[in-house]
Design a protein around this ligand. Structure first.
Ligand SMILES: O=P(O)(O)O[C@@H]1C[C@H](O)[C@@H](CO)O1
Ligand SMILES: Nc1nc2[nH]cnc2c(=O)[nH]1
Length: 348
């Protein structure tokens, strides 16, 4: 409670406090150790520096079936109840992978709801993924930002569970989803820190039966058989190229391949992906995009190239998550500013 009362005093002097959140900090502090940073600037009320402690338990008992439309309506009702119906709506949803992390912190008039307060949301375990839902505005648009995602490798390849946030954002009203990831570059034109606009994808787990659409389908979410021929919206891609040009940015367009992970690929596997036309590879995104398309959401996707994938076992180098995070940190801010510019230019 000592920490809580200190926070209360400090935040109240700025006029930006909410007693519910202060109580939440206090409860969290009782059980877990975590680092927290309060940001007192005008646009952002509070920022969690690390909200993804593996020991963090969900603070609700509600069992949610991620394929059940009515269950998801109850998740949305809980979000509305916690942040208010006015706030809990958005036109654009953003999934911050390791590459676009900073964008969540630039959301204006931010209201932050930790995943642990949302029924059915599992905890995020990957370092670099904060685990918050952030509502607010960016580039004059109402946005909801997922600071952290659910990777299938963290959740026993339960892809329906991992795409629960996409369906929730759909029910919160989003029409456009911007998705980002950290990825290894396969195409030799790609270098550390480059941004690749995703033109198409190879959803490798789905080709082996691990699709979020496998199992019971509620038609209220969309069609049983979803066509992903146009997964990444052509107009939004063109807009991104135009905005990039104005900024003097080099923007590559290419094919992203999702592997199951969590191990990084062997050189022979990377060669296989290169042969079939992949330009960059990662462990996320395709499951989210597939569900978004089922719901009729338009998608814009980016890969931030954090490492160069090995193509030759005789000249290979170790790939590490630390390297991924390091490059993401260096390039993520620039990428986030670029995406904010694109959002400004989007007409809804
Ligand atoms: O969430 P993303 O796809 O950005 O995270 C990447 C993929 C793996 O989870 C991890 C590998 O370093 O970073
Ligand atoms: N699968 C995969 N995911 C990544 N995420 C960042 N870099 C990589 C990579 O080289 N391979």
């Amino acid at each position: 409670m000592g920490l809580a009362s200190t926070l209360f005093r400090r935040t109240s002097s700025t006029g930006h406090y909410d007693s519910t959140w202060i109580q939440y900090f206090a409860d969290e502090k009782k059980n877990h150790s975590f680092t927290m940073l309060l940001n007192f600037n005008k646009s952002t009320t509070m920022t969690f520096e690390n909200n993804n402690s593996p020991t963090q338990a969900a603070q609700h008992n509600q069992k949610i079936d991620p394929r059940n439309y009515d269950d998801l309506l109850s998740v949305v009702a809980s979000i509305r109840e916690q942040v208010g119906s006015e706030i809990a709506q958005a036109d654009i949803g953003i999934i911050c992978g390791s590459g676009l992390g900073p964008i969540g912190d630039t959301v204006e008039n931010a209201t932050i709801l930790p995943f642990s307060k949302i029924p059915g949301f599992p905890a995020t375990h990957v370092v670099g993924h904060k685990g918050n839902l952030v509502f607010g505005t960016l580039g004059g648009k109402k946005v909801v930002c997922l600071q952290g995602r659910f990777h299938p490798y963290e959740h026993n390849m339960d892809l329906a569970l991992c795409t629960l946030p996409v369906r929730v954002m759909h029910l919160l009203g989003i029409k456009i989803m911007i998705v980002s990831n950290a990825a290894g570059g396969i195409n030799t034109v790609l270098h550390h820190g480059d941004l690749m606009l995703i033109k198409d994808h190879i959803f490798l787990p789905a080709l082996a039966g691990f699709s979020p659409l496998v199992g019971c389908n509620d038609p209220r979410f969309g069609a049983r058989f979803v066509s992903v021929h146009d997964a990444y919206d052509k107009q939004l891609r063109q807009l991104s190229i135009d905005v990039g040009r104005k900024r003097g940015m080099t923007l590559y367009e290419g094919v992203y391949v999702m592997s199951g992970g969590p191990q990084y690929e062997s050189p022979a596997e990377v060669s296989l992906f290169k042969t079939v036309g992949a330009d960059a590879l990662g462990m996320s995104t395709c499951h989210e995009v597939t569900v978004a398309r089922q719901c009729g959401i338009k998608v814009l996707g980016f890969s931030l190239i954090t490492n160069i994938a090995n193509l030759d076992a005789d000249q290979s180098v170790e790939v590490s998550h630390e390297e991924v995070l390091d490059i993401a940190k260096q390039a993520g801010e620039r990428a986030s500013l670029f995406v904010a510019d694109i959002i400004t230019e989007i007409s809804l």
